[in-house]
Write a protein that binds this ligand. Structure first.
Ligand code: NAD
Length: 320
């Protein structure tokens, strides 16, 4: 069994390799070569959350689980609040094959998902990127998005304005101007909007969204969370990583529960990647990607990390 510690990941898996791993992963899901097992997520009290995301890629030969959660007391201990580890197993024998640090991989695979949605769904001439949210994930999201279109400017909003410096610094690092704006201006200017917050109520409402906008809603990954009004999904072409998660723990849970969106109207992004669905059908359409975060994404990037770590001599082998 191989061990790839968290400390080895930054030098091994980059945005491009994460992007390719997630593109293949979504395509395999849409071909039904790969599927996710039901998610387990438990509230442990005092704000702590713990859970398991798992799945099997029959054709890729990948099986495993990401065990992880959110531990708000960690900041005081000097370690990240989000903690996760991926365990991989041989699908034929069930024998463990690898244990991989999952913190950076989670950020990379989440950013790769929204970036893929921009590649396949945003208008080609998109020029302004709108960011709603300025937490840990937001910088990864911005970096990955900027790889997909010739963006000329980033506009951003966050409930806690003191956090906006993260967006400003990331945009500067990438050579783009950044402007902190109110939501009306963000919706009026942005061609692509990424939402990546822990919100439990709509931040963006229908009147904010112009025709032709692509939204990647990435923050809602739990029952009850919500970033955009259900009316936006009602008029949009809605895509997701996995429909079962989208309607239960994703952004679409609210529009579906309210009768504004039919489950059957939600398309897996993998179907667009595979060419089975055209994706954006007009320049005026509003497209939404409901990125809920599936276990197979974690397994795909962890598997890539193991492959690269073995090649670089950075994986530790243990008898297990
Ligand atoms: P973080 O704690 O670093 O940042 C939280 C962000 O949410 C900040 O911008 C904060 O200002 C904002 N926020 C907090 N409470 C809010 C509220 N009530 N209303 C509006 N905004 C609020 O978290 P992070 O690591 O950046 O993660 C952001 C979100 O993304 C979380 O909800 C997390 O669960 C989710 N996430 C999703 C995936 C996925 O695959 N879809 C993966 C990782 C994280």
């Amino acid at each position: 069994m191989w061990i790839v510690p968290e400390s080895a990941i930054p030098g091994l898996v980059d945005e491009q390799s994460a992007f390719e791993a997630i593109e293949n992963c979504f395509a395999a899901m849409a071909r039904r070569d790969a599927y996710n097992f039901p998610v387990v997520r438990e509230a442990l009290g005092e704000g702590r959350q713990y859970g398991f995301k798992s799945g099997l890629d029959r054709v890729g030969g990948i099986m495993g689980v990401k065990a992880g959660g959110y531990f708000p007391g960690n900041a005081a201990r000097g370690i990240p609040n989000h903690q996760s580890t991926v365990y991989l197993f041989d699908p034929e024998s069930g024998k463990p094959t690898a244990m991989v640090g999952g913190n950076l991989l989670t950020a990379l695979r989440t950013a790769a998902a929204s970036s893929l949605s921009i590649k396949y769904l945003a208008r080609k001439e998109a020029k302004v990127l709108g960011m709603v949210g300025a937490g840990h994930q937001s910088a990864f999201q911005m970096r990955a998005a900027l790889r997909q279109r010739a963006f000329e400017k980033v506009v951003g909003w966050n409930l806690h304005p003191e956090m906006l410096s993260r967006l400003a610094e990331t945009a500067t690092e990438l050579g783009l101007p950044f402007e902190a704006v109110e939501l009306d201006q963000l919706g009026a200017e942005a061609d692509v909007i990424i939402t990546i917050t822990s919100s439990f109520a709509p931040i963006l409402v229908d009147s904010h969204i112009r025709p032709g906008t692509h939204l990647a809603c990435m923050g809602t990954d739990t029952k009850g969370k919500q970033e955009v009004a259900p009316e936006i999904l009602a008029r949009a072409a809605v895509f997701t990583d996995e429909v079962a998660q989208s309607v239960s723990i994703g952004e679409a849970q609210h529009a579906v529960a309210g009768g504004l969106l039919a489950e059957e109207a939600i398309t897996e992004l993998g179907a667009v990647i595979n060419g089975a669905h055209p994706g954006r059908e007009s320049g005026d359409a509003v497209t939404v990607f409901d990125g809920t975060g599936v276990g197979l994404q974690d397994l795909a990037v962890a598997s890539k990390a193991v492959e690269l770590a073995i090649a670089a001599g950075l994986a530790q082998k243990v008898d297990f």
